[in-house]
Design a protein around this ligand. Structure first.
Ligand SMILES: *Cc1c(COP(=O)(O)O)cnc(C)c1O
Length: 393
C-alpha cells in the first residue's frame, strides 16, 4: 500500500479536489506546474539557501537526556521551535512564495485562525516585497491580537471575516472568494496539508525536509537512519507530514499522531478527529471531519489554537484508516502538564500544540532501547499567557 498521494490526488479514499467550478483554473494551473517547478535547480537552490540563511536550518536533533531517563527510553527532539518565527510553518510559506514567484504571481492571500500561519505568510511576503492580504475571523482577531499586530508590522493587510461564526472557516470562505476574483495575479498560500489537491502533497513536500534532516542526524548519533517511532501533534497535519514523510513506506518505523482531546473525547469540546470524525468534505478535500449527523461541521475545541481544527489532512485520514498510524488523543490538562514538565527537565518551553505530543509518555509504554523522535513543532512564547493563567505563574 502507498501512503503518498496518487496521480489523481488521493490518499486511499481521501483527498481529491472538491472545489467550485470558478476555482478550477487556479487550482489546475498549480496542479500542472508544482512538481516541475519544485524540481527546477534554481528553485531547489533558492529554497535551500533561504532555509539555511533565513530560517536557520538544519534545526538540531537533540537527545533529551533528563526527559528520556524520566520515561526510561530514548527521546530525541527535532527542534523546529528554533526556526525563524518559532515554528515549522515558515518552511512551507518559503516554499510557496518561491512557487508563487515562478508562477508569475505578485499578490498573496492567506487565511489564518490563531494567526500563526498569517504571521509566517506575512513574514515571507515582507522578505520578497510582495503584497499580502490575510483573512481572519473577527472573533479570532480579538482573541489573537498580538499576531494581528505582528502581521501589520510585517506589512500585511488583515481583513476581518464578519460572516457566520467569525472564525477560521469564515476566513477561508473569504480567501476563496478573493482567489476566484483574482485568478491571474494571486497565489493562495494554504498553511497545512489540507485543501484541494495539490496542496496537501505540495505542503508535505515542503515540510519533508524535517524527516530528511532527521535521517542524516540520527545516522550520525545512533548509527542508523530510522528511529523506532516518530511522533508529532496533528492539527491539519503539516509538521507531522514533514516528520513522517521519508518514513511512510518503512514499516519498521512506527508513526504516532497526537490529537487534541480538549476537555475529553466525550465532553463535546474536543478536536480528536480520528475518534470523532466521519468522512466528509472540508476546504476542498475529502477527509475525516467532525460533523453532525446532517453533515454540518462541528465547532472544534482545544486549549491550543493550532490544534483547534475540525478535520485532519487527507494523508492523516488515510494513515488512520489504513492502520499505518497510531493515533493518540491528549486532553488540555495532560498537555499543559507535559509542557511544564519539559520546561523543567530540559529548559525548553514548548508550544502547547507540541505539548500534546510530549504528553504521550504517561500512558503509552516504550521499551528501554527504543529510539523515539518527537517533532518539537514550535516554541511556547506565544502561549505564555495561557501557561500563566493555567498554572497561576
Ligand atoms: C500551527 C501549529 C501546529 C499545527 O499545525 P500542523 O499543520 O498540524 O502542523 C502545531 N504546532 C505548532 C507550534 C503550530 O504553530
Amino acid at each position: 500500500m502507498s501512503y503518498h498521494v496518487n496521480e489523481n490526488g488521493y490518499y486511499g479514499e481521501f483527498g481529491g479536489a472538491y472545489i467550485p467550478e470558478m476555482l478550477y483554473p487556479n487550482v489546475e494551473e498549480l496542479r500542472q506546474q508544482y512538481l516541475d517547478v519544485m524540481q527546477e535547480t534554481s528553485f531547489q537552490e533558492e529554497f535551500k539557501q533561504l532555509l539555511k540563511e533565513y530560517v536557520g536550518r538544519p534545526t538540531p536533533l537533540y537527545y533529551a537526556k533528563r526527559f528520556s531517563s524520566t520515561y526510561n527510553t530514548n527521546i530525541y527532539l527535532k527542534r523546529e521551535d528554533l526556526c525563524h518565527t518559532g515554528a515549522h510553518k515558515v518552511n512551507n510559506t518559503i516554499g510557496q512564495i518561491l512557487m508563487a514567484k515562478r508562477l508569475g504571481k505578485n499578490r498573496i492571500i492567506a487565511e489564518t485562525g490563531a494567526g500563526q500561519h498569517g504571521v509566517a505568510t506575512a513574514t515571507v511576503c515582507a522578505l520578497m516585497g510582495i503584497e499580502c492580504v490575510v483573512y481572519m475571523g473577527a472573533i479570532d482577531m480579538d482573541r489573537q491580537a498580538p499576531n494581528v499586530a505582528r502581521m501589520k508590522m510585517l506589512g500585511a493587510t488583515v481583513i476581518p471575516a464578519t460572516s457566520g461564526s467569525k472564525t477560521l472557516k469564515d476566513a477561508t470562505n473569504e480567501a476563496i472568494r478573493d482567489w476566484i476574483n483574482n485568478p491571474t495575479d494571486t497565489h493562495y498560500i494554504i498553511g497545512s496539508v489540507v485543501g484541494p489537491h495539490p496542496y496537501p502533497d505540495m505542503v508535505a513536500r515542503f515540510q519533508s525536509l524535517i524527516s530528511e534532516e532527521i535521517k542524516t542526524q540520527l545516522l550520525e548519533k545512533e548509527g542508523k537512519e530510522n528511529p523506532d517511532y516518530v511522533v508529532a501533534c496533528v492539527g491539519g497535519g503539516s509538521n507531522a507530514a514533514g516528520a513522517y514523510y521519508h518514513y511512510l513506506d518503512n514499516p519498521d518505523v512506527g508513526i504516532i499522531a497526537v490529537e487534541a482531546a480538549g476537555k475529553g473525547i466525550k465532553s463535546g469540546e474536543s478536536a480528536a478527529t480520528s475518534v470523532l470524525g466521519k468522512p466528509g468534505i472540508i476546504h476542498g478535500s475529502k477527509t475525516l471531519l467532525m460533523q453532525t449527523t446532517d453533515g454540518q461541521i462541528t465547532e472544534p475545541y482545544s486549549i491550543s489554537a493550532g490544534l483547534d481544527y475540525p478535520g485532519v489532512g487527507p494523508m492523516h485520514a488515510h494513515l488512520f484508516a489504513s492502520g499505518r498510524g497510531e493515533f493518540i488523543s491528549i486532553t488540555d490538562t495532560e498537555a499543559m502538564e507535559a509542557g511544564l514538565e519539559l520546561s523543567k527537565l530540559e529548559g525548553i518551553i514548548p508550544a502547547i500544540e507540541t505539548s500534546h505530543a510530549l504528553a504521550i509518555f504517561k500512558n503509552r509504554q516504550f521499551k528501554k532501547d527504543d529510539v523515539i523522535v518527537i517533532n518539537l513543532s514550535g516554541r511556547g512564547d506565544k502561549d505564555l499567557n495561557t501557561y500563566i493563567d493555567y498554572f497561576n505563574l
